[in-house]
Structures are given as C-alpha cells and as structure tokens.
Write a protein that binds this ligand. Structure first.
Ligand code: F6P
Ligand code: MN
Length: 310
C-alpha cells in the first residue's frame, strides 16, 4: 500500500495528512539529490551556522527543498529550521508550525553513512515554537540509508514506509511499530567518556558485563546520525544516550527539532525518553535552538539508567 492511498483510507486530520505529503515530496527530492544526480552535493558549503558548526552543501540543499514544499501549504504558519537563526514565516492564516532538522547527521554525508531529516509539527498558539513536546500533533523522520525510509507518529500510531526507488512511491513496511521492552544495544559516543556523569559510566559498564558463559550481554552501536541510531534501537530494542559533557554542558542535541520529534515517535512506539532530569516531552523550551541531554530507548533500559540517578 502506498503512502497516499494509506492516508486516504485513514481518518486522520486532513491537514496533517497534507503535511505528510509535503514531507513525502521533499524527501524524494533529497533522495534524488543524494542518489540520482551527478551534481556535486558533497562537502562543506564553506559557511558556519549560528552555532558555529560547519554547514554542508547538503544541509542547505535539503533546507531549501523542504521550505519550498512547506511554502506551498497554506496551513503552515512558519518553519523553524536548524539552518536558520530565525523562524521563516509562511502563511499568516496557517494553523501549524513545523520545526525541522532538514539534514541530520551532516558529519556522515561525505562517507556514505545514513543521514536523515526530522520534523516536529505543533499547532500555533501564543507560545509559538516554545511549547512542550507533548503538544506535538505529528512527528516524522526520513532516513536516507541502505533504503530511504519515512517514519511518522500520528494519533498514537507509528508507521514506516520504504521508498520504491523505481516508482518513487513510499510503500508501507512496518505497521504499528512497537519497541521491545528490553534490548541489548547501547549507543553512546565513547569519545565523551572522560567528560560525562559517572552514573552513566556505571550503567555502560553494566552493559559491558559478560554472562556466566563468558559471552557479551550487550552490543555497542553508534552511527553518529541520531535518526539512524534511533531507528535501529526502536526496531530492535536498545538505548541511545547523549548526555551533557564538559564542553557541551547542555548536551549536543536540539530539543525542539531533534529530541522532541524523536521522543514523540518513541512514546507512541512504547519506548521512553528523558533528559535525565525530566521527561523530554514535558520540557518547556525557553530558546528555539535550545539543547538538551537526551536518552531514548526501550523502557527497561531507560528505567535502569534512571535508577542510578534517583
Ligand atoms: O545533529 C546532531 C548529530 O549529528 C546527531 O545526528 C548525532 O547523534 C550527534 O550529533 C553526534 O554527535 P557526536 O559526533 O558528538 O557524537
Ligand atoms: Mn541533527
């Protein structure tokens, strides 16, 4: 079943369905740029963003593609993007806000490792983008990897669709995704080992314990693209940990357009997320590009890590 027909058969809010169709078109354009066009899309653009991170050419290409798709939809009031300091106003009468990371995992673009696009959809109100993640109406990500996959959470359901690269249709590949309660994968950048909270090290050390037959009990996996690390753990069971570090005292990941949409998808797939102080989805942001420590994954694993903090 392709995405368009799937949405026709569902009773979801039609404006949210149209936003999913906008993401569908934009992501197919990004897919084509990465996989089908010979234009030079790799490498740095030579610019830095407001967070002083190097901007890759594909960051700008993906940002322009999605802004263009959303600007055709009059229900979208404005867009907050990782690539733009200020929000982009689209339609004064629009009811929805879209926060996005148009190209997640930029450091992996040049080395043929999956990257993605992440979207959070809120209703506009007096707080504009500074709303807790629990108010999201829809969250979605796309992974451009061994295949191109679009995952979204809407009305408590999580679905995944895989792009048929010949017909350019997204075909339903996972209906009603649920994350296993427990898992054996831990995902953390061990390069941060000497600058993270000891309680996290204690937890990771438990993951490294051997069983009575001398076999490992867990496996460590860290791709370095949030979408790819999350997607694997969501389907197989695991935990992703990006804590605060001495040089990033607020963590690395952005709350509104990285952690919130991933946490919303996780929640609807029966997984759990936390900043280690509170539930990610209950944090009320005070800044648009705010960062937060982020832990997400199988309930039992996240609860076990949290038990070291109580
Ligand atoms: O967008 C930020 C990001 O690239 C994520 O996709 C990824 O999880 C993280 O940063 C990797 O950061 P680091 O290289 O510090 O581990
Ligand atoms: Mn990102």
């Amino acid at each position: 079943m392709n995405l368009s027909n799937f949405l026709k058969n569902k009773n979801y809010n039609s404006e949210l369905k149209n936003i999913l169709l906008n993401i569908q078109s934009g992501s197919i354009e990004v897919y084509k740029k990465i996989n089908e066009e010979n234009n030079d899309v790799l490498g740095s653009s030579g610019q830095k963003n407001i967070q002083n991170e190097e901007v890759q050419k594909l960051d700008i290409i993906a940002n322009d593609i999605f802004i263009d798709c959303f600007s055709k939809n009059s229900t979208i009031h404005s867009v907050l993007s990782e690539e733009n300091e200020d929000t982009i106003d689209l339609s004064n009468s629009g009811k929805y806000l879209i926060a996005m990371d148009p190209l997640d995992g930029s450091s992996n673009i040049d080395v043929n490792i999956p990257v993605g696009s992440i979207f959070s959809i809120l209703e506009n109100n007096i707080n504009h983008f500074l709303q807790a993640g629990k108010h999201q109406k829809l969250a979605c990500y796309v992974i451009y990897g061994t295949s191109t996959v679009m995952v979204f959470a809407i009305e408590n359901d999580v679905f995944s669709f895989t792009l048929n690269t010949k017909t350019k249709e997204y075909i339903l590949s996972h209906d009603n995704i649920k994350t296993p309660e427990d898992g054996t994968i831990f995902s953390i950048n061990e390069g941060n080992y000497n600058s993270i909270d000891n309680r996290i090290i204690e937890y990771v050390n438990i993951c490294k314990n051997l069983n009575s037959s001398g076999k490992r009990t867990h496996t460590g996996r860290f791709v370095g693209s949030l979408v790819a690390d999350f997607h694997r753990n969501m389907l197989k069971g695991g935990i992703f940990i990006y804590p605060k570090t001495s040089d990033k005292p607020h963590g690395q990941l952005r709350l509104i357009y990285e952690c919130n949409p991933i946490a919303f998808i996780a929640k609807n797939a029966n997984a759990k997320s936390t900043s280690l102080d509170q539930d990610i989805l209950s944090i009320i942001p005070s800044k648009m590009h705010q960062r937060t420590p982020f832990v997400v994954g199988s309930n039992n694993m996240v609860n076990k890590l949290l038990s070291f903090f109580n």
